[in-house]
Design a protein around this ligand. Structure first.
Ligand code: SF4
Length: 338
């Protein structure tokens, strides 16, 4: 199977005990069946501790209950007790995979490194070069993909190219990105996906619009979602009162491409390309707004922790873009021409 990843993927190294925002705190580790069975079979003090730590969460999944906001196996030296005593293979799939987001499309698999992880975040924002993607074939068997994939892949490439066309201002690129997504959605809704390649060739630059923009409504929307850390709301409130600072458009571009790569192709599951394009623009504009308070890297890390790692929050945003007037396309366009 073909595997596709961002070009910095192979440079990733977990910071382990040196990590300033470890994934071993705040998050309950959801356990896979194989590791639950393994932990049930282990003898001695570690086995007893493993069984005592396993609980069922609200969704019925088995996880390790946090102990004072920490994973109970995250020891006093900020290292994993399970890893230390039994090796990496004994840690759960969740732990082994983090910070990777993996998406299987049948003929290929795409993997991103979550920007919630400080090491991955540094790699993403540690360069101003256009973000590229590399691929290789592994031994896993390829399967048939969705019928839309042959049309959506070149469309996504065209959308990534728009984001990376540095001959235009960054906001104009976001505007064009949304315009193309809107036109593509019209074709998808009409069952005319085979016309998408023509659309990418016929795309024309957008005109300006009038009306209200996205902010502060975007911050209020986030304020109403599930939160991971209480001070997330403080950050949202402070971002309302502090004017946006200037940030490198090259870094904002890399953030936009990171989100676009991660989310656009997921529309093969439900046909909704446009809301995911809006999610990309919403995410980068919100990160830019929050960055005035805490800096770009921290703003991205916090957004990723609070939103990207919570499927319900992502779904709530996609729904707001579909049905909320405050997040309609004209609001996006107005924000980008202000
Ligand atoms: S957040 Fe990233 S760098 Fe930190 S401990 Fe987890 S995987 Fe390692």
């Amino acid at each position: 199977m073909l595997v596709r990843v961002p070009d910095y993927y192979h440079h990733f190294r977990c910071l382990a005990d040196r990590c300033p925002h470890s994934c071993c705190e705040k998050w309950e580790v959801v356990l896979d069946t194989e590791h639950v069975n393994l932990y049930e079979s282990i003898s001695g003090p570690l086995g007893s501790k493993l069984r005592a730590a396993m609980v069922q969460d609200a969704e019925g999944d088995v996880c390790f209950a946090l102990n004072g906001n920490r994973c109970p196996f995250w020891d006093h030296e900020n290292l994993c007790e399970i890893h230390r005593q039994m090796g990496e293979a004994a840690t759960s799939v969740t732990c082994q995979e983090h910070p990777r987001f993996t998406e299987d499309f049948g003929p290929f698999r795409e993997i991103t490194l979550s920007a919630s992880c400080p090491a991955a975040n540094d790699l993403l924002l540690g360069s101003e070069a256009p973000l590229r993607f590399v691929e290789w074939a592994d031994d896993a068997p390829a399967e048939n993909g969705d019928d839309w994939l042959p049309f959506l892949l070149p469309l996504r490439q065209q959308m990534l190219d728009i984001l990376q066309d540095r001959s235009h201002s960054f906001y104009l690129r976001l505007y064009s990105f949304l315009t193309l997504a809107e036109q593509a959605q019209t074709l998808l809704d009409a069952g005319m996906e085979s016309e998408l390649p023509n659309l990418t060739a016929d795309w024309t630059p957008p005109a300006s619009v009038n009306g209200a923009g996205l902010f502060p409504a975007a911050l209020h929307l986030l304020d109403g979602l599930e939160i991971l850390e209480a001070d997330w709301r403080n950050l949202l409130h402070r971002a309302e009162t502090i004017p946006p600072a200037d940030h490198s458009s090259a870094l904002l571009e890399r953030i936009a491409v990171y989100f676009a790569f991660r989310y656009l192709l997921k529309c093969v599951n439900d046909g909704d390309l446009l809301s995911r394009a809006q999610l990309v623009v919403f995410a980068v504009l919100t990160v830019e707004q929050l960055a005035a308070v805490c800096g770009l890297s921290e703003a991205l890390r916090r957004f990723s922790c609070e939103i990207e790692h919570n499927e319900e929050n992502v779904s709530a945003l996609l729904e707001a873009f579909c049905y909320g007037e405050a997040f309609s396309l004209p609001r996006f366009f107005q924000t980008l021409v202000q």
